[in-house]
Write a protein that binds this ligand. Structure first.
Ligand SMILES: Cc1cc2nc3c(=O)[nH]c(=O)nc-3n(C[C@H](O)[C@H](O)[C@H](O)COP(=O)(O)O)c2cc1C
Length: 271
């Protein structure tokens, strides 16, 4: 059996979940391919199973994931497909599954399984991520859920995550936040990243950026419109020097990235 797995991950949660599934498939004798949507790894129509894992950004999938799915070819065979969403709050995954499903159906794929997996929030510019010990517990639960998901997929189980409005939202505030981020947030908020005086021009942010959206100008990072706001730069900055103008300094907050995630190793070489 062959599984082709694709993911996008700013701070390692989605990578942790999909790579856990990858390990389980391999332990069961499956052949797999595992690649980020930022790599040029082609998805051919020869797999028995195709899987995606994305984070939720303001109740939707990240723009880069939407674009990736939209750019897939039309598949001639209805290959079984699954979608896993990692969320800082499992009740707040919003339209992620729905969005993915509607694109995948148009591509001729057969979405038989979807699940939302709680992982620590990485949205440090907007809210304080959980402390280290609490994060570790959430990760452990998330990973054991991923093991269960992979075993279910191997057994051919079919099931879907059910959409609910997030409990602390009403319909109006839910749609407002969803569309504000989808249409305005991703289009303009990259322009509100700043560094404070503790930035020592180490260039780590520019090296780590999964979309190559950060360049150094006059020894300071500058973001460009391809930024997905994945928070990798914010959470890996050793000085906590990066913030968004609207939210103010993040100094004193918990930073978060999945501890075993080493993004430089997974990054494609850019010229
Ligand atoms: C811009 C942005 C928006 C987010 N919005 C939500 C949200 O609406 N609901 C939620 O549960 N988590 C939200 N999160 C948290 C992430 O979805 C969560 O931490 C995810 O696991 C990060 O995955 P990654 O480490 O693979 O990038 C948001 C994170 C970012 C950066």
């Amino acid at each position: 059996m062959q599984a082709d797995l694709r993911y996008f991950s700013g701070t390692g949660n989605s990578y942790k979940i999909i790579s856990t599934c990858n390990d389980i498939f391999q332990q069961n004798g499956w052949t797999t391919t595992l690649a980020s949507v930022t790599d040029d790894a082609e998805l051919r129509g020869e797999a028995d199973l195709i899987g995606f894992c994305f984070p939720v950004y303001a109740f939707g999938i990240p723009r880069i994931c939407r674009k990736y799915l939209e750019a897939l070819p039309h598949f001639k065979t209805r290959i079984k497909t699954f979608v896993l969403i990692t969320a800082g709050d499992p009740d707040e995954s919003g339209f992620c599954v729905k969005e993915s499903r509607s694109i995948l159906q148009r591509k001729g794929l057969n979405l038989t399984f979807s699940e939302v997996i709680h992982m620590p929030s990485n949205w440090t510019v907007a809210m304080d991520p959980p402390a280290k010990e609490a994060s570790q517990l959430i990760i452990e639960h998330g990973v054991s859920k991923a093991v269960g998901v992979a075993n279910d997929l191997i057994r051919g189980v079919s099931r879907h995550h059910r959409f609910n409005y997030p409990p602390r939202y009403n319909k109006f505030t839910f749609y407002k936040d969803y569309y504000l981020f989808k249409w305005l947030g991703v289009t303009y908020l990259w322009n509100s990243f700043r560094v404070d005086e503790t930035c020592d021009s180490c260039t780590l942010c520019a090296q780590l950026c999964p979309t190559g959206s950060i360049v150094m100008e006059d020894d300071k990072p500058r973001w460009s419109h391809s930024c997905e706001q994945c928070m990798r730069c914010v959470n890996y900055c050793p000085k906590q020097a990066i913030y968004q103008k609207e939210g103010g300094s993040i100094k004193g907050r918990n930073s978060y990235h999945e501890p075993s995630f080493k993004p430089l190793k997974h990054m494609k070489q850019r010229t």
